[in-house]
Design a protein around this ligand. Structure first.
Ligand code: CMC
Length: 428
């Protein structure tokens, strides 16, 4: 049975179809609104706009629910490997033993990047931010695989590009780090798991034996799973919009990496640690920083707090907070920054300003503390987020392509000058 919402404007009433999702979400389909009424909708920041149908991730911000393809994030973080989760996101179902082995096998065959890529790395200044290098290098990959640029790509071509990206991102991420600190590149070892290989390339040296700490590996696996998808967030929406012009997958992901870098999105994990360090250096007066965050004339915001869709709690933050305690204990790390973070959370959660606005710690509030404990430098934190988010970006790009979503092209309400005659320079 079709359902409609009515809109009355200028004495005309029009019927707009209502669409229901599988989790009882309700939307008004306004795709014919302009033709029927001359109106467009205005929604700065897309706070109430559904850009697409999607069967990948469900979240309920009020109840703190997050599920990938129907599976609860809590269960996946506890029981799955990142490879299984990335397969689940991209292919829609959990892999069988055979399919997982096929997938892992394909990934390990693509972990190397072309040797010429090294000359691009050497052109970056020492200390270049790894996110800037990563975004550039991922876009550069498209020039090594020109087949990926064709808009007549076969399903096999697309699958190959997907596997190449999943395989090469940890290699590029570790190379970006090695370049940032001036250390030699370490090549992948294909008998290692996805997360082990990344740790080996990050922290190993070509001349030394490297032992992978299982506590570090398991924490990394959990962190990547928790970041793997988050429906239509800023970077994912970017990937979809760029991809909707039929730009190739490498360029679309590169754009997603750039969107993620901003401190209001994935860059918040770096910003949180920098903020906590600043608070510590400043003497640890938490109330002073809370007041700064509340002061509308001050641009400072409490980093790692607040979320566009979670107004009660971020389920990923709960898991990460617990994991931070476990990891620090297992590794015997005593980080005073963790104590400041916990105190700051308590002070903020009792403050009327934060309570009224539903501002709670988000995924980035505690993730940096674990990354620090794992030995990952601050400038690499957002790269870690990108490694985790990659399968989500890919799954969303693939869904958009398979659904033949139209090119992303919002409208606007123009507020500039109306038509006026051009005045030549000597008359101005
Ligand atoms: N500190 C102080 N005030 C805040 C904060 C904050 N962290 N976040 C939101 N507010 C205030 C904001 O000033 C506004 O107040 P008012 O109603 O008086 O104007 C109100 O809360 C609503 O905020 P908003 O900016 O309209 O909300 P939004 O949905 O547009 O922004 C956000 C969401 C995440 C960008 C924002 O909460 C923020 O800037 N947080 C800090 C950065 C951060 O931690 N980002 C990581 C997000 S989680 C990772 C990811 O998935 O991207």
């Amino acid at each position: 049975m079709s359902e409609f919402a009515q809109l009355t404007f200028d004495e005309n009433t029009i019927q707009l179809p209502v669409v229901r999702g599988s989790e009882k979400e309700i939307a008004v389909d306004i795709s014919k609104l302009r033709g029927q009424s001359g109106l467009i909708t205005l929604d700065r920041g897309f706070k109430n706009t559904g850009a697409t149908h999607s069967a990948i991730t469900f979240l309920d911000g009020e109840k703190g629910i997050l599920r990938y393809r129907g599976y609860a994030i809590e269960e996946l973080a506890e029981k799955a490997s990142f490879a299984e989760v990335s397969y689940l996101l991209i292919y829609g179902e959990l892999p069988t033993v055979d399919r997982l082995s096929w997938y892992n096998n394909s990934i390990v065959h693509h972990t190397l990047v072309h040797e010429n890529m090294k000359s691009f790395f050497s052109a970056f200044p020492l200390g270049a931010h790894p996110m800037g290098m990563l975004s550039a290098m991922v876009s550069t990959l498209s020039t090594f695989y020109p087949g990926s640029q064709s808009s007549n790509r076969s399903m096999e071509d697309i699958e190959l590009t997907i596997h190449r990206l999943i395989a090469k991102l940890p290699t590029l991420a570790s190379q970006a780090y090695k370049h940032n600190v001036g250390l030699p590149t370490v090549y992948p070892q294909n008998e290692l798991s996805y997360t082990e290989n990344f740790l080996y390339m990050m922290f190993g040296l070509p001349t030394e034996e490297f032992e992978i700490n299982p506590v570090v590996d398991s924490a990394l696996n959990k962190l990547l799973i928790l970041h793997a998808d988050h429906e239509q967030n800023c970077s994912t929406a970017t990937v979809r919009v760029v991809g909707s012009s039929q730009a190739n997958l490498y360029s679309s992901i590169s754009a997603g990496i750039s969107a993620l870098w901003g401190p209001l999105h994935g860059g918040a994990n770096q910003a949180v640690i920098e903020m906590l360090e600043q608070i510590k250096l400043d003497g640890g007066d938490l109330q002073k920083w809370i007041e700064k965050a509340k002061d509308k004339s001050d641009s400072f915001r409490l980093m790692g707090f607040g979320h566009r869709v979670y107004k009660n709690f971020d389920p990923r933050a709960r898991i990460i907070k617990k994991a931070a305690d476990d990891v620090l204990e297992a590794l015997g790390v005593d980080d005073p920054i963790l104590d400041i973070a916990k105190e700051l959370e308590q002070v903020a959660l009792k403050d009327e300003y934060f309570v009224e606005r539903g501002l709670y710690p988000n995924v980035d509030f505690y993730s940096g503390i674990i990354y620090r404990a794992l030995g990952i430098p601050t400038e690499m934190f957002t790269v870690m987020f990108a490694l985790g988010r990659l399968p989500g970006w890919i799954a969303q790009w693939k869904e958009m392509t398979e659904n033949n979503d139209p090119i992303g092209r919002p409208r606007q309400v123009y507020t500039g000058p109306t038509e006026r005659p051009f005045v030549e320079i000597d008359g101005r």
